[in-house]
Design a protein. Structure first.
Length: 202
């Protein structure tokens, strides 16, 4: 597949490396311009190139949105599967009344903005260094599990297969609204769990 990345920081850069290692192509973007990604592109090799956020959104069979949540309205329209790695931190992003009240979730707000996309919340509960180093082969004892949530079953299947290829088991938490169960300050957030442990934590 081609995986577009809107945001190429710690999480985005790590996911790009994992994707390239798994045989996919990546189109990287950030807010500073493609030329600032030359070093990362060179490091990743011929399966990687840099572009604008719009180019990454158009090119990707799967598009990863991995920017501070407060800037989600800047994400260009996407017509494919979107992986939302974001977390809402009021101290960083500013207070959002409907999130503070629990009326909705950050991923649902992104999905409402990206009307043509099939959004799956994933990779938001793991530190980027752990994402880079803790992956294990399928069936390995103690393999870490990561949660996902989304409203489209096919999109979740694709994201689950990617997650498995990156070295992690997957626990489906249900519809996108259930992403609230693994946001910051919940039991699954930034803790290492096996699949059975994660199911209990959720």
């Amino acid at each position: 597949m081609v995986i577009g990345l809107i945001g190429s920081g710690f999480i985005g850069g790590t996911l790009a490396r994992l994707a390239v290692d798994a045989g996919h192509e990546v189109v990287l973007s950030n807010s500073r311009g493609p030329e600032t990604l030359a070093g990362l592109v060179e490091e990743l090799g011929p399966r990687a190139r840099a572009g604008t956020a719009e180019e990454a959104a158009r090119a990707g069979d799967v598009v990863v949105v991995t920017i501070p949540f407060g800037r989600y309205r800047e994400v260009p329209q996407v017509d494919s599967i979107v992986i939302d790695t974001n977390n809402y931190y009021a101290a960083r992003d500013g207070h959002v009344a409907e999130l503070d009240s629990g009326e909705t979730t950050s991923s649902e707000l992104l999905a409402a903005h990206l009307k043509g996309a099939r959004v799956v919340k994933a990779f938001n509960t793991i530190y980027y260094r752990d994402l880079a180093t803790q992956g294990l082969p399928k069936g390995a004892q103690g393999r870490r599990a990561l949660p996902i949530a989304g409203d489209d079953e096919e999109a979740k299947r694709v994201v689950a297969e990617l997650t498995d290829a990156f070295g992690f088991d997957v626990v489906d938490a249900g519809p996108l609204a259930e992403g609230r169960r693994f946001e910051p300050d919940t039991a699954p957030y930034n803790r290492r769990h096996t699949e059975a442990e994660l199911r209990r934590a959720l």
